[in-house]
Write a protein that binds this ligand. Structure first.
Ligand SMILES: [Zn+2]
Length: 308
């Protein structure tokens, strides 16, 4: 009996060491005193960058620690190529973007288009949130257009309570304080539309976000799964990067400008009349009802962008 429990202890220790060294290799960074830790999940290697990239750069510029996770490897996300080479290409793209944004990034090795809300994946998402020791967790809503987006939303919602349950995935320390969970923006209205509680002005980091998106060539300039030869011909060519960047800026100015205009009153409420009216570009987020329930002051501590 004694020998068996000793063997169990050694096995437990080995599992502990293995999981911790794996998380280190995947880009976990040690917790820094007084700094926030944010983890944002997207379904594909571009979603978190598109939806949260500007806010991520804002947090990072203040020394906070941000991790962007792509829950699938994006290996069917192109009209012309697929499989391992595309997964590798897309991973390289988000690594380059992360460098510009000043964040950590991770791409999970799950096939694009095949993500399911399984128990195994619920544990995986729980583990990632716990290991990052997140204060803030961001994901898609579960009403988004793509099944992978919807299931990321469900998986993160499913983790929103389980991260605090001691004997769910007991080999990874549970969270004593439940993080605040938020949804990134989308335009879907059924069963109900996106109604943000937080808006972040991107004007100071807009060029940085553009520079990051510029690295996501397979999506930003080749159209991803919805692209075509005609589409690529309609975009300024790779050997004219300045024209490409101008083209990208035009599209994203419209996109992020529309987001600011749609939620102008929220911007005014958060930034005050003068600054709120002047904001050109914004990202917005809606509080999830599960997870931590922040009051106004707590929300301002987690999004430290509004001044006094
Ligand atoms: Zn996507």
């Amino acid at each position: 009996m004694v020998r068996i429990s000793l063997m169990r202890m050694i096995a437990g220790l080995l599992i502990f060491l293995a999981t911790n060294s794996i998380s280190w290799a995947q880009g976990s960074t040690p917790k820094q005193e007084g700094k926030l830790r944010i983890i944002a999940f997207g379904a594909h290697p571009d979603d978190a960058e598109y939806k949260v990239g500007g806010s991520a750069a804002m947090w990072a510029s203040l020394g906070h620690q941000v991790k962007l996770v792509s829950v699938t490897n994006g290996d069917i996300g192109h009209w012309q190529m697929a499989g391992g080479p595309l997964a590798q290409r897309r991973k390289a793209e988000v690594l380059a973007a992360a460098k510009i944004l000043g964040v950590t990034t991770e791409v999970l090795d799950i096939h694009d288009g095949e993500l399911l809300p399984t128990l195994e994946n619920r544990k995986l998402i729980t583990k990632l949130i716990r290991e990052w020791q997140a204060y803030v967790v961001i994901s898609h809503r579960r009403w988004d257009y793509h099944p992978d987006h919807r299931y990321v939303g469900i998986l993160v919602q499913d983790a929103a309570f389980m991260v605090t349950v001691p004997y769910f995935c007991p080999d990874i320390p549970f969270m004593k304080k439940n993080p605040v969970f938020l949804y990134s923006s989308d335009g879907f209205t059924k069963p109900y539309p996106f109604v943000p509680d937080v808006a972040v002005a991107l004007d100071d980091v807009f060029e940085k976000k553009l520079a990051a998106i510029h690295e996501l060539t397979s999506q930003a300039y080749e159209g991803g799964a919805s692209g075509s030869e005609e589409y690529v011909r309609s975009v300024p060519p790779a050997d004219n990067p300045e024209a490409r960047k101008a083209w990208l800026k035009e599209r994203w100015s419209r996109r992020q400008g529309d987001e600011a205009n749609r939620h102008r009153e929220l911007l005014v409420r958060l930034y005050g009349e003068e600054k709120g009216r002047a904001v050109k570009f914004a990202e917005t987020f809606e509080l999830c009802e599960y997870g931590g329930r922040p009051n106004r002051d707590e929300l301002r501590r987690l999004f430290p962008f509004y001044g006094k």
